[in-house]
Design a protein around this ligand. Structure first.
Ligand code: TYM
Length: 332
């Protein structure tokens, strides 16, 4: 049986990249598979978070996920720190993963920047906790955006080495699920940079909380080039902003990039941006509205998350017991 796990950091509002690259796909998978979706607050604190903001963002991102269509009855919607089995397995995996493997992680290099000596140990160890998140439920598939691919390769390496070290097929070799027309949404200010919560400029991203005027303004200001839109895919070569905006249009309208190109071939950016704005507002504003409604009752969100945590612990308990026995810990 397939079991899906995925996570998102509650470090700020969801943006269009999170939505198109991940959350929207999660909604689509929920009818077919057993799914766990997790707000990874322990990952969030690998970079310092103001505690009140972390609490607020955790509820906000939960509300955004429900508003986007995730059904917390059908799925398990949970907070990472509500299930201590993740952290326990992460410690065991710290003894499986190799320093050389972590040294190759590009996200650590990007996030730590020039001052690597001053990065938290947690930031370095981040992908090991991520492997534990997934494998503590023996999840078989992980729907993510393109940027998480390397971390998922590490997860497979850890599973494989653990199975080999102890001579038992304990963990599955989890597969990434990367699909849709926007697996890597780029910044609106620079088509070569990923759209990200941590970008200093708010004009670089569309947040799920942006109102119609803000979305229109951000798209109007979005970087383009002087040429009209291309007639075929080859014409996107060297035009990252055009590729990004057409990719967003395709993803929002559930079409392929090719059909987006065919539709806007030879048109000016200004016309295309107007259509894109209408589409983005129509797609996002119902979600924003529902999110605000849900946030008016934080106790209800907390209850959903607490229940999700309980259900998650029921699933991980036998796995952690099996792992403890496998590595030679005494029963408790
Ligand atoms: P996070 O919080 O950075 O992002 C959440 C999801 O959104 C996707 N994403 C994007 N997709 C397309 N274009 C973008 N510009 C873009 N930006 C973000 C991410 O690929 C991700 O799917 N390490 C993870 C959280 C995590 C996790 C896990 C994921 C912790 N444990 C276990 C899967 C399984 C992260 O930081 O995601």
């Amino acid at each position: 049986m397939k079991r899906i796990f995925s996570g998102i950091q509650p470090t700020g509002n969801l943006h269009l990249g999170n939505y198109l690259g991940a959350v929207r796909n999660w909604v689509r998978l929920q009818t077919e598979y057993e799914c766990l979706y997790c707000l990874v607050d322990q990952h969030a604190i690998t970079l310092w978070q103001e505690p009140g903001e972390l609490r607020a963002h955790t509820r906000e991102v939960a509300a955004a996920m429900i508003a986007a269509g995730l059904d917390p009855q059908r799925n398990i919607l949970m907070v990472q720190s509500h299930n201590p089995d993740h952290a326990e397995l992460a410690w065991i995996f710290n003894c499986t993963a190799r320093v050389g493997w972590l040294n190759r992680m590009t996200q650590f290099k990007e996030k730590a920047g020039k001052n690597r000596e001053n990065a938290s140990v947690g930031l370095y160890d981040y992908p090991v906790l991520m492997a534990a998140d997934i494998l503590v439920y023996k999840a078989t598939h992980v729907p993510v955006g393109e940027d998480q691919k390397q971390h998922l390769e590490l997860c497979r390496d850890i599973a494989q080495k653990f199975n080999q070290d102890y001579g038992r097929e304990t963990f599955p070799l989890t597969e990434p699920l990367i699909f849709g027309a926007a697996t890597r949404v780029m910044s609106l200010r620079d088509g070569t940079k990923k759209m990200s919560k941590s970008d200093e400029s708010d004009y670089s991203r569309i947040n799920m909380t942006d109102d119609a005027d803000t979305i229109a303004l951000k798209l109007r200001k979005a970087k383009t080039d002087p040429e009209p839109l291309p007639e075929h895919v080859g014409g996107l070569e060297g035009r990252p902003e055009a590729a990004n905006l057409l990719g967003i249009w395709a993803a929002l309208s559930d079409a392929t990039l090719e059909s987006a190109i065919a539709r806007f071939a030879g048109r000016r950016f200004s016309e295309f941006k107007n259509e894109l704005t209408d589409l983005a507002v129509a797609s996002l504003s119902p979600i924003t509205k529902e999110m605000q409604r849900l946030l008016a009752d934080p106790a209800a969100i907390d209850a959903i998350l607490r229940r999700g945590g309980e259900r998650a612990r029921e699933l991980s308990a036998p796995v952690i017991a099996e792992v403890r026995e496998t590595v030679g810990f005494l029963p408790r």
